[in-house]
Design a protein around this ligand. Structure first.
Ligand code: ADP
Ligand code: ASP
Ligand code: MG
Length: 462
């Protein structure tokens, strides 16, 4: 008996024709027990975010109604197109119900004039809640028994960290087994990716791109045999094909390598996707809904034969470099610890760290959106105490990560990396200290990132 969790991303669900294709792919590839995880239809999450921001700025009720009207039309049209008329009534009812709820929520936000992370999660949840009934109906129409669930009613319980919630594993494990367990093998549950609920049942989200994570959470708690991520490219590639068109598909890659790539910006996988799969050694496949003949990428525990030193290059933008400087830091114990504690308290995620050997400065890389918060808290902790003289920031930077298990024990890789980058005329702003053995990462100006990625691709991959 084989159990598989399959996730389909937003582009793969972009319109009615694509949704039909997704249903066919499920039919062609389903195992005895299959769970389907779906994202919102392409562009819907972005439009929900943009509209709610406009609502706070004060758009009229008429404009809110127009927006919801468009969302409603888009989803009803998809139902008409891909769901057989005898299965249409339930999804139509659900879309109507959700759209009237969405309208109320947006009008509510416009009255309050404030958008909290909690209400943002509620608003973003509509994308997936609207797409799941359509995909489920499309499966019904192909003769496959199916029901849809939102992430919370499927059993995923998270903490209350709205916007980037994490599962509470022991609760999730039990609830998912209770809800999905009994129907597996009889019908295919279509579960909304990205969204879940906290212990009180309030809607939470797992962070942008979080549907991949939903698939691996479900794969893990259901002890799936495989997790499949269906997307819009031929698998994990040697770099983002949108940046370097010569990028090639990687046939086999290890969990560790895939994890590093995802962590450092390879958008094809949400950064937390690999961890639950790795813990249970569940192979993950990444495949292209637009090119089913390509076998895509297989992610496994250990790759037997490693032929290339560097497997892939990733680029992470929208990050910023923060430097904390001052001769007062020399020889004063615990400065770094204080910095990290202060940032942790404010929930600022540190992506990279480097400390000069003179100890006169510490550089860290964080998400651009956390910058103000980070500077504020560090100033509060240090300034005026003669330890830290200055805190400065540099926005518009990017992290480049060069990833490959073959780098372990191979001499001269770093030299090749930095020579290639220098020859391309790119200035390196910071290099990570003590990064993992399968990864060399460094920071450049954002405008140079593409050039650096291209130079490295040429040096190591072709
Ligand atoms: P989905 O909607 O299926 O979740 P995403 O847009 O989130 O798809 O992720 C797929 C995109 O990730 C690709 O279109 C590609 O541009 C980008 N990407 C970045 N780095 C890589 C990489 N190393 N391999 C494959 N795709 C990558
Ligand atoms: N729809 C969500 C997003 O756009 C989740 C996902 O696509 O994985 O971020
Ligand atoms: Mg994605």
């Amino acid at each position: 008996m084989k159990r598989v969790v399959m996730k389909f991303g937003g582009t793969s669900l972009g319109n009615a024709r694509r949704i039909r294709r997704v249903a066919e792919i499920v039919k062609e590839n389903m195992a005895e027990e299959t769970v389907v995880v779906v994202s919102a239809m392409g562009g819907v999450t972005d439009s929900l975010i943009k509209t709610s921001e406009r609502v706070v700025e004060g758009i009229s009720e008429t404009e809110i109604k127009e927006f919801v009207g468009d969302v409603r039309e888009k989803h009803l049209a998809a139902i008409k197109d891909v769901v057989d008329s005898k299965y249409q009534s339930l999804p139509v009812l659900e879309v109507e119900k959700l759209c009237s709820e969405l309208e109320k929520v947006l009008i509510g936000v416009s009255y309050v004039g404030e958008l909290t992370p909690r209400s943002m999660d509620h608003i973003m949840s509509f994308g997936e809640r609207l797409s799941a009934p359509i995909v489920s109906g499309a499966l019904n129409s192909l003769g496959i028994k199916s029901r849809w669930f939102d992430g919370y009613s499927a059993g995923i319980v998270t903490d209350s960290n709205f916007g980037k919630a994490s599962p509470i594993w022991h609760l999730t494990e039990k609830k998912v087994a209770d809800t999905l367990g009994p129907i597996l093998g009889d019908s295919i549950p279509v579960v909304t990716g990205f969204i879940a609920g906290n212990e009180k049942g309030r809607i939470t989200t797992l962070g942008r791109g979080g549907s991949d994570y939903t698939a691996s959470i479900l794969g893990s708690v259901l002890r799936a045999d495989e997790i499949w991520i269906w997307t819009d490219v031929d698998g994990i590639m040697t770099t983002d094909p949108k940046l370097v068109k010569e990028a090639k598909t990687i046939k086999v890659i290890s969990f560790i390598e895939a994890m590093e790539l995802a962590y450092f910006g390879a958008k094809v996988l949400h950064p937390k996707t690999i961890e639950p799969a790795m813990e249970r050694s569940i192979p993950v496949r990444v495949r292209n809904t637009f090119n089913v003949d390509n076998e895509g990428t297989l992610i496994v525990r250990e790759q037997k034969k490693i032929s290339d030193v560097v497997k892939a290059i990733s680029v992470m933008d929208e990050v910023a470099l923060l430097t904390i400087a001052g001769v007062g830091m020399i020889g004063v114990p615990g400065v770094a610890a204080k910095v990290f504690n202060a940032l942790a308290k404010e929930d600022v995620n540190i992506l990279m760290i480097s400390q000069g050997s003179s100890e006169a400065n510490i550089s860290i890389v964080i998400d651009q959106k956390d910058m103000e918060k980070a500077i504020g808290t560090i100033r509060d902790v240090f300034l005026g105490r003669n330890i830290v003289r200055d805190v400065h920031q540099k926005s518009d930077v990017a992290i480049i990560a060069v990833v490959g298990a073959g780098m372990r024990g191979t001499k001269g890789v770093a030299a090749r990396v930095f020579t290639a980058v220098a020859d391309a005329g790119v200035n390196v702003l910071m290099i990570a200290q003590g990064s993992s053995e399968v990864n060399i990462s460094f920071v450049v100006q954002e405008k140079d990132a593409e050039m650096a990625a291209r130079a490295l691709h040429q040096e190591f991959i072709q």
